[in-house]
Every structure is written in structure tokens, then in C-alpha cells.
Design a protein around this ligand. Structure first.
Ligand SMILES: Cc1ncc(COP(=O)(O)O)c(C=O)c1O
Length: 464
């Protein structure tokens, strides 16, 4: 049965191993599910690695962003600088507080830089949200010189915490928000986040506000030696992270360097394949070693193609290759247009990036097809399947997208050489080992399939 399923490369598949599963089961058997020892352990591990005074586990990066802005006292009438090239979480948390997200363009590296920040600064600017897009860190020092009185809250949703000695993401602002959403660099089982800061006042406020504004968390109330007494000091939020999630997160956290290494290896392979392509621009980077490679975002040379980005995505999907697009700039969404008056054309660099960017699969969680399967297809991939690779495929041709006469993508029983992509060099074709030395893209070329799916588009997460 399994062997008849079409093989697909999902845009993302979380790297959940037996360790995470065991940890979750242990918590389920423990009698304590919500915020408790595991959440505190995760906080301690995070704070230690990052070298910050406080790490507060929450249920999303959105919650962390909200708590940070709230804790810094940002509210009605205040302005917060937000790059338009981001997820809506950055804008919506400002709106929660009655503050105005003041959008701005980004540089060619997708990041907020001084030329974009300077023109939107006013006397009302109280906050700046630099977004470490795709895992590439924003250089915040020059931004901070421009806005010395503003609070900088890093959107670190695309990064893992850097190590203390490096003082990278998580140490570049007054606070940082990490995401453990399903597709992120680590996950706590689907949803989760962390707020980090060296600011004692912010930490105290966020601790209070993340759990209803009550003076003691459930752990203190119901744990050994806890008290039934609590006081509601504020109208807070319900943002705490459960122990079930934290237990999964602790195992993921212990693997983050390994997972990062695998993402780097994937990025290196993509680099190698696309380096000579005239149709694709490699993602921006400074020092490649410092890139988190949460996303590998290529840019199409649309001028050399007579298809648009949607057609390329469609063709990849038909070949079983899941992709995503990061991001639809905020000013192109109806909410930001209706509420704040933004319109298409406002931020030309972001729009130019948007219309040509594609995030490629970088699932380190997928394994070789089921051991029940008998016919691995890794050996049958053709680099022409995606039509974008370098080498022989590098010659730009008009109509690199689907052409009349192109055979349809893998479906049903006709599966030869399609529905797969090649992430290896031609001389290195080999069968997928049944038991890869370590699970990951290093050893296998065969895409995952979703259970029960037969053809059609790869199953996708929200795609963020
Ligand atoms: C740049 C960025 N910021 C914030 C978020 C929000 O993260 P979460 O889903 O953990 O709230 C995301 C999630 O997709 C993101 O990509």
C-alpha cells in the first residue's frame, strides 16, 4: 500500500524523533500537563545558551512580541517601525495596543536597514521591530544609533538563539521573540515561543501578563509547597506554554545545533545547484556560517523567464515539490490598506522581492520512504524536473515554465522521474539507504509523502 503512494517533497516536515515522542508521553503520564517544571527547564536552557537574564516561555512568538511591546509601555498614539516584509504578527501586536505600525521598505537583503528606518522616524516612534528574515540577522547597531530612544524588539521567529559568546539574534535588541511554530527552526509541538530580555522590569511585567495578570502561575499554586492564594493585578493574557509543549521543546532544543547543521547542509546543496543558474538568484547572506537558514528563498530572474512566479510554483507543485512564499508584504493586505491607508506601490523593493521569491523545501524531518517500500526513486530524479537548476539547465530559455507538450507531473501510476528533485551531484546518484546514518536530507533524495495522499499538491502547513 505504502509503496504505491506518490513521493513528494513537502515544504516542511518537522524533525520530530523518538526523543520528542518519549518526552511528550512522559509528560502525559506524569499528571502535570500545563506550565510547570518542563517550561521552567526550557526557559533556563534558553537563557543560559543565549546569555540573557530572562527567558519566558509563551505559546507563540506573537505573544512574545505583544508582551514585549506592552511591557515597554507602548500604547495608544505610539508608533512602531515595522518592515513591510514580514508576517502580520508584527503589525497586529501594535494594533492590539492601539499603537500604529509604521511600515517601511526593506533592503535588497529583505532586512530593515538605516535607509529604510530613517525616513519614518518621528517623535512618536517608541518601538522598532527588526525582523531577522529567513535566519539572516538584522544589523541593529546602526539602527539603534538612529533611534536611540526607541525600544528594539527583535522578531527572532526565524532564528534559533545564538550562543552567548556570539551575541547574535536574541542579543541585538532590548528584547527578542522566538517562535516554536511547527515550521520553525525548533518546535514545541506545533505552537510555542520565547520572550528573552536582559531587562528586569520587562521580565517582571511579562511574567505577570502572560498568565492573566495573576501574581502566581498555576505551577506555584498547585505544585508542591504552592499556595491556593493568588491576586489578579492586571487584565493579562493567556500566553503560557504548557509542559507538554516544553518537554518536546527541550528535546528539540538539545538538537538545535545538529538541526542547524542539517539546514546549512541543505543550503549548501542548493547553493551548489543554483550557483551557475541564470534563472535563479541565491539568497542573500553575509557570513554564511551566521545564517540560520530557516528559509532558503530563491529569487527568480523574471526578466529571463516568460512565466511568472505563480507558474513556477505551480509546476513545482505538480512535480510534488512543496514551496511557500515569504512574505506577502503587509502593505499589500487589505487590513493594512483599509486601516492605515497603505497601497500597492508604497514599498517598491519589498514588492520586487515578493513577486520573485520562492521558499524552497528544507525539511530536515522527512525520512526516506517507508521501510515497507521496495522501490526508492531517488535514482530516477532529473534535474530538469524543477527546470531551474544550474549546469546543463542553466541556459535561460524563454518559457522555462510549463510548455505545451510538457508531460504532466507525477500522478497515479505514471511516476517515472517526476515528483522528485535532485539535491545531489550527478555522479553521486545512489539508492536511498533503508536506514540513513542519520535522518536527514544528507542521505536521502526521496521526498516524503503524506499518509493517504495520492497525487495532488503536497500537504502544507500554514506555510509560515
Ligand atoms: C517573521 C515572523 N514573525 C512572527 C511570527 C509569528 O510566530 P508565531 O506563529 O509563533 O506567533 C512568524 C510566524 O510565522 C514569522 O514568520
Amino acid at each position: 500500500m505504502t509503496s504505491q503512494l506518490p513521493e513528494q517533497i513537502p515544504f516542511h516536515r518537522p524533525a520530530i524523533g523518538e526523543g520528542e515522542i518519549d518526552a511528550a508521553v512522559k509528560v502525559l503520564r506524569s499528571g502535570w500537563l500545563t506550565t510547570g517544571r518542563k517550561a521552567h527547564e526550557l526557559e533556563a536552557a534558553f537563557a543560559e545558551r543565549l546569555g540573557v537574564r530572562h527567558a519566558l516561555a509563551v505559546n507563540s512568538a506573537t505573544a512574545a512580541l505583544h508582551l514585549a511591546l506592552e511591557g515597554f509601555g507602548i500604547g495608544s498614539g505610539d508608533e512602531v517601525a515595522v518592515p513591510t516584509y514580514t508576517f502580520t504578527a508584527c503589525g497586529e501586536v501594535c494594533a492590539y495596543l492601539g499603537a500604529r505600525p509604521v511600515l517601511t521598505d526593506v533592503g535588497d537583503d529583505y532586512l530593515l536597514g538605516p535607509p529604510q528606518l530613517e525616513p519614518i522616524l518621528t517623535s512618536a516612534t517608541r518601538g522598532v521591530l527588526p525582523v531577522h528574515f529567513a535566519g539572516l540577522e538584522v544589523e541593529t547597531a546602526p539602527l539603534r544609533e538612529l533611534a536611540p530612544d526607541a525600544r528594539f524588539v527583535e522578531d527572532a521567529a526565524h532564528t534559533v538563539p545564538s550562543i552567548a559568546e556570539r551575541a547574535g539574534a536574541g542579543r541585538l535588541g532590548d528584547a527578542a521573540a522566538f517562535s516554536f511554530y511547527a515550521t520553525k527552526t525548533m518546535t514545541t509541538g506545533g505552537e510555542g515561543g520565547m520572550l528573552t530580555t536582559d531587562d528586569d522590569d520587562l521580565a517582571a511585567r511579562a511574567k505577570l501578563m502572560r498568565l492573566h495578570g495573576i501574581s502566581a502561575d498555576a505551577w506555584n499554586r498547585y505544585g508542591a509547597g504552592g499556595s491556593w492564594a493568588y491576586e489578579v493585578a492586571e487584565a493579562g493574557f493567556k500566553y503560557n506554554l504548557t509542559d507538554l509543549a516544553a518537554a518536546i521543546g527541550l528535546v528539540q532544543f538539545s538538537r538545535i545545533d545538529d538541526l542547524a547543521g542539517q539546514r546549512h547542509a541543505i543550503a549548501a546543496r542548493y547553493d551548489e545547484r543554483f550557483r551557475d543558474s541564470a534563472l535563479v538568484q541565491l539568497p542573500p547572506r553575509r557570513d554564511p556560517a551566521d545564517h540560520g537558514w530557516h528559509l532558503y528563498v530563491i529569487r527568480l530572474e523574471l526578466e529571463s523567464l516568460d512565466v511568472d512566479r505563480a507558474a513556477v510554483i505551480d509546476r513545482l507543485a505538480k512535480a510534488g515539490i512543496g514551496t511557500s512564499v515569504h512574505f506577502i508584504p503587509l502593505h499589500l493586505h487589505s487590513y493594512y490598506q483599509r486601516r492605515y491607508g497603505y497601497k500597492p506601490g508604497d514599498f517598491p523593493v519589498a514588492e520586487r522581492l515578493f513577486e520573485r521569491s520562492i521558499s524552497l523545501p528544507r525539511s530536515i524531518g522527512w525520512r526516506a520512504r517507508s521501510s515497507r517500500s521496495s522501490t526508492p526513486r531517488a535514482t530516477r530524479c532529473r534535474s530538469s524536473d524543477a527546470g531551474l537548476a544550474g549546469g546543463d539547465q542553466a541556459q535561460p530559455r524563454r518559457g522555462a515554465g510549463p510548455r505545451r507538450g510538457d508531460r504532466p507531473a507525477a500522478r497515479g501510476s505514471d511516476r517515472r522521474g517526476r515528483g522528485c528533485t535532485r539535491l545531489h551531484r550527478p555522479g553521486h546518484l545512489r539508492r536511498t539507504p533503508r536506514r540513513p546514518r542519520r535522518p536527514g536530507i544528507h542521505d536521502v533524495e526521496v521526498p516524503l509523502h503524506g499518509p493517504g495522499r495520492r497525487g495532488g499538491r503536497p500537504r502544507r502547513h500554514r506555510g509560515l
